[in-house]
Design a protein around this ligand. Sequence first.
Ligand SMILES: CC(C)(COP(=O)(O)OP(=O)(O)OC[C@H]1O[C@@H](n2cnc3c(N)ncnc32)[C@H](O)[C@@H]1OP(=O)(O)O)[C@@H](O)C(=O)NCCC(=O)NCCS
Length: 155
Amino acid sequence: MNAIAASEPVAIAPASLLDLWAIRRVEQAAFGSDAYDLLTLLGLALTPRMVRLKATAGGRVVGFVAGEINAREGCGWIITIAVHPHAQGRGIGTALLLATEQALGASHIKLTVRRSNTRALALYERCGYAWVNTYRRYYPDGEDGLVMEKWLGGV
Ligand SMILES: CC(C)(COP(=O)(O)OP(=O)(O)OC[C@H]1O[C@@H](n2cnc3c(N)ncnc32)[C@H](O)[C@@H]1OP(=O)(O)O)[C@@H](O)C(=O)NCCC(=O)NCCS
């Protein structure tokens, strides 16, 4: 994907099964070897009541987020959020995150992030998330996962 011009308007909209391949490209470019495989992305596309949003610019999908309500815990979880490297740093990740929080309509939202992912951690903290737990050796390479949580007012 060529760089997205900073002047290109970005739209956030529900993603559908038709976006699967474009979402896969974004996930692979953003996450590298951590990217979900096609089957997992297909599962996200087909799971009922999953919130799935895409960001598009210049007719191309440049970002994706999925989140769902965990009925047992009574809160929302962000399952994945990714912005293509060529479109990062323009507020798209923030916009996707905030739109998903709104669509989930939960009193609080959680997500897991690699301890070393300082950029994502900074974004989450800026958006009101705070550390609540550590999953030791959560990722396949042994890195810890930090659980971040945000409480939303008025729900
Ligand atoms: C984490 C991720 C989703 C953030 O997406 P993003 O679109 O770059 O996020 P934002 O642009 O909203 O915010 C990121 C940065 O851009 C800056 N920014 C936001 N809007 C901006 C704008 N209009 N112009 C310039 N910079 C801007 C923010 O201040 C922030 O600054 P930073 O460089 O200190 O981090 C993205 O980096 C990504 O896909 N990473 C790889 C996958 C990943 O780690 N996902 C999270 C797993 S838990």
